[in-house]
Design a protein around this ligand. Structure first.
Ligand SMILES: *Cc1c(COP(=O)(O)O)cnc(C)c1O
Length: 369
């Protein structure tokens, strides 16, 4: 008996904004035999992929590899670098989670919120940092619940102008899909997870800490053990991880880094932008046909990896989602309070514009029927 039924859809039908579809060759890389995590093999595995990881993050700093989902490194960010007082920029469900994590880890947390779909303007942040004293600011680069893209470079500049304020960036649906310049944007801590634009199975998180962030961590007394960034730093300098890593996932990561090197990170950014632009244009085409669908995020602050579309009146996100499923395609209903009023398309990872085009053709049928 074959393990794969004939009806299994091919690659290009699964458009969740995480986890994203993983190529068969990347899945296959996970079947390599185990090796000792304190041996030469492990050190070689990490050493070989490190330059590629650094090119993905655009940094000369080491890239930490955490065997956790992305939330683990969000906790690491506030726990090591949050200091006493955190300003949490909130514009959706994931940035709200970041605020809750800061609070739960004992940081005195103030929330600066803007409406769903919108982004934080640098002058608003400047204003908040003038009025209050904060040690760190949390922000989500690409807010996966709304498809809005925060202006991280400008926000980092404003944070640093305010003095010893660290910007802690969740770029979970940014890194490897949207432009991120860790070094030239002077980011203090930036993190992602394996199952979004990196198009790997879930279970790994990656992060980069500026020396400023590490210095802050060293002063922090209750960093805990599992998410201690000082330990991450000490071990990665030896091409190791503090604990037994999710080795099979690291094999997949190593294989994916080779693929990304072949495409180049700039090529990957361009492909994601092309997929996003095609989706925005499709929404305009739908409106021209009298189907009232809009991109939730305003022009100029839209994520290249995920689009949140409002659904026509009389329809719900979950019903459209179900109808798509019946046709063999997976997209997502809205998130949280946007569950019924929107749908989300994750044009993210290793999809192509051609595959997206096929999805949009089916979606057009569903919303017009
Ligand atoms: C998916 C996601 C997370 C959470 O990631 P987990 O891997 O589930 O911990 C955090 N932030 C953003 C922006 C995300 O898209």
């Amino acid at each position: 008996m074959t393990a794969t039924p004939a009806t299994t859809p091919g690659f290009g039908r699964f458009f969740l904004p995480g986890p994203t579809e993983v190529l068969p060759e990347i899945l296959a890389a996970q079947t390599r035999p185990m090796i000792g995590h304190r041996g030469k093999g492990m050190e070689q595995l990490i050493a070989q992929m490190m330059p590629g990881l650094q090119r993905i993050f655009r940094t000369t700093r080491p890239v930490y590899i955490s065997s956790s989902s992305a939330t683990g490194l969000m906790e690491a960010a506030v726990r090591n670098c949050g200091g006493r007082r955190v300003l949490a920029l909130v514009n959706g469900a994931f940035s709200e989670r970041f605020a809750k994590i800061a609070q739960a880890n004992g940081c005195e947390t103030t929330v600066l919120e803007v409406p769903l779909g919108e982004v934080h303007r640098p002058d608003q942040l400047r204003d908040a940092l003038t009025k209050g004293r904060y040690d760190a600011v949390t922000v989500v680069h690409s807010e996966t619940s709304t498809g809005a893209l925060n202006p991280i470079r400008d926000l980092a500049q404003v944070a640093h102008e305010a003095g010893d304020v660290l910007l802690l960036v969740d770029s979970v649906t940014g890194i490897a899909g949207a432009t991120v310049e860790t070094d030239s944007w002077d980011l203090d801590f930036v993190l992602t997870g394996s199952q979004k634009a990196l198009a790997l199975p879930p279970g790994l998180a990656l992060g980069v800490a500026h020396p400023r962030a590490l210095a802050r961590a060293k002063q922090q007394s209750n960093r805990g053990i599992y998410f201690d960034l000082v330990e991450f730093e000490n071990y990665i300098l030896k091409n190791q991880t503090p604990n037994t890593p999710a080795l099979s996932l690291m094999y997949a990561l190593a294989a994916q880094v080779v693929r990304i090197e072949r495409e180049t990170i700039e090529g990957r950014w361009r492909r994601h932008l092309a997929m996003a632009e095609r989706t925005w244009q499709w929404a305009a085409e739908m409106r021209a046909r009298g189907i009232e669908m809009r991109v939730l995020a305003p022009e100029g602050c839209r994520s290249p990896t995920v689009t949140c579309l409002t659904v026509p009146s009389g329809r719900t996100g979950s019903a459209i989602n179900e109808a798509m499923k019946a046709k063999g395609f997976t997209i997502s209903a809205g998130y949280g309070s946007l569950k019924d009023s929107t749908i989300r398309i994750g044009h993210m990872g290793d999809h192509t514009v051609a595959e997206l085009e096929a999805l949009l053709a089916v979606l057009a049928g569903v919303v017009t029927e």
